[in-house]
Design a protein. Structure first.
Length: 331
């Protein structure tokens, strides 16, 4: 995986430090603000397959080499697998990460769905979903994460599950977890302590970090120092930091710094993530090629300490941030 710049480095982040996530295009419903304007009017399987492949093509052509998906992202694993099958040269160069632990239950609907996905971190679900992932991705599964772990998750305490995860590590897959909620830092620190047969259980983490919710930063720095792959998701706060949504007084500092840098708000937000020395991969959640190009402009930005200090007051209390996120509509 690409190395993060050393603290104090003045080099710009490489495009290989950016990845493409498929949560927004693998299923018809998601919680990104403004998504109604981003996807085809008819969100058929074929329409989203085409959109996913267009984005993967554009990201690969730009230099992106990390692609993220999950069992619960509708048909996203399938779409990624088909893209890899059709492009063997690209498949040999990219790193593919997926996640298990959520089951997609919306049945390709956006409305009238009480629950879009169901979380269960058990050995039985791991066995089932790993089989499903392997059927699609085969040996091209490079990183496999327990999806959305919180401090009370069995993923942190179940010895039978730990043995299975250690077995997957022995097969050459980098095993880890993704985190969510206001106690992300506690989850990461607990995961750092887990061992099987005297060896660390996990070697990767995917967490939310953005200028509104930076609370996991110190724990992610510890994970990076331990040799873990650190992938950052939701660097744009589910669209709250996009130009079209960053219009209120709470994001005035973002707009000011972006205007002075001649950058879009989304590029500035992702550049702030890439400025963290522990962030190995920064995910774009783009749903259109235009959004992807704007996101990847972050690679041309180097934020100095003064700019980062201007953005620091944007941080919200973690509990407030996650309450806002939980209230975002699926659309």
């Amino acid at each position: 995986m690409p190395a993060a710049p050393a603290p104090g480095s003045t080099s710009r982040p490489s495009l290989t430090r950016f990845g493409l996530g498929t949560a927004a295009v693998g299923r018809p419903g998601y919680i990104t603000l403004g998504r109604d304007a981003d996807l085809p009017a008819e969100r058929t399987v074929e329409a989203l397959r085409r959109r996913t492949h267009e984005l993967l093509d554009a990201a690969y052509a730009a230099g992106v080499r990390y692609f993220d998906t999950a069992r619960s992202y509708g048909r996203a694993e399938e779409f990624v697998a088909q893209w890899l099958d059709a492009r063997p040269a690209a498949a040999a160069e990219v790193t593919v990460g997926s996640k298990w632990g959520y089951t997609y239950t919306a049945d390709w609907r956006t409305s009238g769905v009480p629950v879009h996905e169901v979380k269960e971190h058990t050995a039985e679900v791991f066995d089932r979903q790993l089989k499903e992932t392997r059927a699609l991705l085969g040996s091209r599964l490079d990183v496999y994460l327990v999806h959305s772990v919180t401090p009370d998750s069995p993923a942190l305490t179940d010895p039978a599950l730990h043995e299975r995860l250690a077995g997957l590590t022995a097969e050459g897959v980098r095993v880890g977890l993704s985190t969510s909620g206001p106690a992300q830092a506690d989850t990461v620190r607990a995961a750092l302590e887990l061992t099987v047969a005297g060896r660390p259980l996990f070697a990767a983490v995917q967490s939310t970090w953005n200028v509104l919710e930076p609370s996991a930063g110190p724990a992610l720095a510890a994970a990076h120092a331990a040799g873990w792959l650190v992938v950052v998701k939701e660097g744009m706060a589910n669209g709250r930091l996009a130009d079209r949504n960053a219009t209120g007084p709470d994001t005035a500092a973002l707009r000011t710094v972006a205007a002075r840098a001649g950058a879009s708000c989304d590029a500035l937000a992702l550049a702030a993530v890439a400025a963290q020395p522990w962030a190995d991969v920064v995910l774009s959640g783009a749903a259109t090629a235009e959004q992807l190009a704007s996101n990847l402009a972050a690679a041309d930005l180097h934020l100095d300490e003064a700019q980062l200090a201007e953005l620091a007051p944007l941080a919200e209390p973690a509990e407030a941030y996650w309450r806002t996120r939980a209230a975002l509509p699926w659309a």
